[in-house]
Ligand binder design. Structure first.
Ligand code: ADP
Ligand code: MG
Length: 246
């Protein structure tokens, strides 16, 4: 059996009495598009924060390539290849696309001299690899949501991730923009990068993902290849109506 890229074993996390994660076990294979579904409050964002080292776990283990990473800081998570695209994109709105793409690379640069020309070349290469059009000199605030999202994706890819996590990436997109995003996501996968795609939209999950995990009340209540699911099965898992009806 191949060792998964990421594995969570019996992970628990509570906030002041709320069990945000209540014994979560989950595996993501290298280069896999894995969808994480669940209603509001089911624990999806907390799971992302645990994987990215923002929230420490109360119990359980996080393994990367089969090795327990222990208490992981955000810096360690990045070094291990985890990148997150949050719903707000965390960009500098009054700076240009090129500047936003340069900042991360420059922060990792240990030398004191800023090489603007090289930074610009790296930014250009990052956008070109995405295969989309983005004006490097446009201010981020002047771009539509879909454009800002592409900047966030390009920036994340510049860190050479092995796992790219996207939290509800289609919320503010039109149908055409979702199609563009899915093309980009498949290209990223073709580079061998795994994607954890957090969503609560049925059709999108069924369209983009290879495996699906469904969360409810801090637990993973269903997990398997996407072919095992349809809209009814996902809804039942998300809402727990199978239990309520019986
Ligand atoms: P989702 O992303 O699926 O909507 P969350 O992970 O954000 O769910 O939240 C799971 C549960 O944990 C919710 O009940 C939420 O209110 C609670 N929670 C999340 N973060 C915090 C926090 N920082 N402090 C207190 N409660 C929190
Ligand atoms: Mg959330």
């Amino acid at each position: 059996m191949t060792v998964p890229l990421l594995e969570l074993r019996d992970v628990a996390k509570h906030f002041a009495g709320v069990k945000a994660l209540d014994g979560v076990s989950l595996s993501i294979g290298a280069g896999e598009i894995h969808c994480l579904a669940g209603e509001n409050g089911s624990g999806k964002s907390t799971l992302i924060k645990v994987i990215s080292g923002i929230n420490a776990v109360d119990r359980g283990a996080i393994l990367i390539d089969g090795a327990d990473v222990g208490a992981m800081t955000p810096r360690q998570a990045i070094a291990l290849g985890v990148q997150v695209i949050y719903q707000d994109f965390s960009l500098f709105g009054n700076l240009t696309v090129a500047e936003n793409l340069s900042i991360g690379a420059e922060l990792r640069n240990r030398r004191r001299i800023v090489n603007w020309r090289r930074m610009r070349e790296h930014a250009e290469a990052a956008v070109q690899r995405l295969g989309v059009h983005l004006d490097l000199d446009a201010t981020v605030d002047s771009l539509p949501v879909s454009g800002r999202q592409l900047v966030a994706i390009a920036r994340a890819l510049m860190a050479d991730p092995r796992l790219l996590i996207m939290d509800e990436p289609t919320t503010a997109l039109t149908g055409r923009e979702v199609a563009t995003l899915f093309g980009v996501v498949r290209d990223i996968q073709a580079r061998g990068i795994a994607i954890l795609f957090v969503s609560h939209k049925m059709r999108e999950m069924l369209d983009i993902s290879e495996r699906l995990s469904v969360m409810r009340s801090g637990r993973v209540v269903a997990n398997g290849p996407i072919a095992d699911f349809d809209e009814v099965a996902i809804t039942r898992a998300m809402t727990g109506t199978d239990i309520a009806e019986e």
